[in-house]
Design a protein around this ligand. Sequence first.
Ligand SMILES: *Cc1c(COP(=O)(O)O)cnc(C)c1O
Length: 360
Amino acid sequence: MILFNDFLREHKSIGEEILQAISRVMQSGWFVLGKECEEFEREFSKYVGSKYAVGVNSGSDALYLAIKALGISQGDEVITVPHTMISTVDAITRNGAKPVFADIEPETCTMNPQEVEAKITSKTKAILPVHLYGHPVDMAPLMEIAQQHDLCIIEDACQAHGAEYKGKKAGGIGTIGCFSFYPTKNLGAYGDGGALVTNDEVMADKLRKMRNYGQAKRYYHDFVGINSRLDEIQAAVLRVKLRYLDGWNERRRKVAKLYYELVSSTSVIKPVEKEYAKHVFHLYVIRHSQRDRLQQCLSNQGIQTLIHYPVPVHVQKAYGCGGSLPVTEKICNEILSLPINPWISDSEVEKIAQCICENC
Ligand SMILES: *Cc1c(COP(=O)(O)O)cnc(C)c1O
């Protein structure tokens, strides 16, 4: 069996260090909003190259709070992509605003800046691009559009810890960047977690209150907030794992390179890395016209693959707003995510590639 993610291998590699970090929190007797979260916020903001980071309970909450903190609500529109995890879009809807979908570009499967301008109305307040699969969105044209129309940019960097756009870290480019630390992400906690990053001090302060019942001082509430905090145990785990992130991303890039070389003679469409990008391969997503057959062949060999994502958000039952987004609708029938993580071995990648070569 080759699993998509194999956390026991991670545990074998750094389990001892993680246990020490967890034990440190237990012995401190302090579990929510303490030193570990503060230190992690400092370390993570430095890593991303933003002035401030605010730890929250999940990537979903990070996105929700980003939109809320920007004052976006009923009657407003946010332009995003339909090819993403549904949570990106739910964050808009949960704030009472309306998601407006721009199609993606087929090479990177991320927001096509040329599709955005036509979607802008007098109600548009923000653009929400997603650095999907670990490849950054082409941000420069988006920043220009945002500037021209006085819009905010919220980056969904939940799959892009360490990815770079023209030398700048994904998440640290727009108004606010949102990260998830769900266990399977490139930087993952041992439970749920998330963070926002920003260079705006007033915004960071607002987000800190918002995640904690709108509380400025204990039992004094400036506005209605929520309970969404990165707890001390998760923060301590993330502090350990952050030190390994660059090395793990390098290993992912090596695995991607190996896949690329080994399947180069097949009819499979391989992921690209644009000249402006540093890809961190959260996912290694190939495309093939006979995707379902290929997935079955791999499964018969004990190789687990996934599809990110089989049904675009704009045709999900929950949204069902229809409309035609041809690139998204085409590629969702062709994409297939192969196992990629820091612990997969060269020989496992060779086995997977061989199975692809025999079937494509
Ligand atoms: C994982 C993910 C989220 C949501 O993060 P959670 O921590 O699971 O809430 C949002 N957007 C994208 C693109 C993601 O991959």
